[in-house]
Design a protein around this ligand. Structure first.
Ligand SMILES: C[S@@+](CC[C@H](N)C(=O)[O-])C[C@H]1O[C@@H](n2cnc3c(N)ncnc32)[C@H](O)[C@@H]1O
Length: 226
């Protein structure tokens, strides 16, 4: 019994201290940056829990769907030793293009998108790789380059087939023990069921049933590779 207690004490001593990030810290990350939208920051408390064990490590992060850089700035700031690969066409997804066709403000935001992203992440030029491409092409390129990642955030095209393709092409690039987060699992904005991400995520999780464990499943889904 005594030996067990001692071992536990030793393990606790070795564990790095949990990083405390305050709302003031987060506000500072985004100070002076320009955004038209914020679909993302309400996930930060959950991401901080899911990614706490990575914060001091030189992790490789893959992001599919960057928009104006809000999620990218989270990863770059919360994981100060991380390198981030961002894939985006900077042309918007189906829902953004439809909104831009209806509304001049949305059209302007879409026109400014890539410039906004570039300006918002400019302080991190040495830690970021921007791939302006369709995600299927960019992921194939990363596979051919034999790149590997510890964390992936899948938030690109929202049709079920797009999310499924992004997931299938991302999975071989993820290290064992790596984390993949899917956005918008419960998003139901599109009238056609298969124009929403949920069915694509469910189909992918079924296809890799024995290769993952679920770390979180609500509006977003987070899985860890076995
Ligand atoms: C919801 S936004 C991403 C939001 C961003 N992660 C954030 O938190 O601010 C989706 C992005 O995916 C991009 N996108 C959509 N389909 C894509 C595709 N097939 N390949 C690459 N990028 C795509 C769009 O241009 C858009 O910028």
């Amino acid at each position: 019994m005594k030996r067990r207690i001692n071992r536990k004490k030793k393990e606790t001593a070795r564990r790095p201290p949990r990083r405390v990030v305050t709302e003031t810290d987060i506000a500072a990350w985004y100070e002076g940056k320009r955004f038209a939208d914020d679909w993302t920051s309400w996930h930060f408390p959950n991401w901080m829990k899911l990614l706490a064990s990575y914060h001091d490590r030189p992790v490789r992060v893959l992001e599919i769907g960057s928009w104006e850089g809000r999620s990218a700035l989270f990863f770059l700031n919360f994981l100060p030793r991380a390198r981030l690969t961002c894939i985006d066409t900077f042309a918007g997804g189906q829902e953004h293009r439809e909104a831009a066709a209806r509304d001049a403000t949305e059209a302007r935001a879409l026109k400014l998108l890539e410039r906004r992203f570039d300006a918002n992440v400019s302080a991190f030029a040495t830690r970021i790789r921007k791939m302006k491409a369709n995600s299927a092409n960019a992921l194939a390129q990363l596979g051919v380059e034999k790149r590997r990642f510890d964390i992936a955030y899948i938030d690109g095209g929202h049709r079920a087939t797009e999310v499924y393709t992004d997931a299938v092409m991302t999975w071989p690039l993820i290290e064992r023990g790596g984390t993949v987060i899917f956005d918008d699992y419960q998003w139901r904005e599109m009238p056609e069921r298969l124009d929403n991400p949920g069915p694509g995520i469910d189909a992918f999780l079924r296809a890799i049933e024995w290769q993952h464990r679920v770390a979180h499943k609500k509006y977003q889904v987070a899985i860890v590779k076995r």
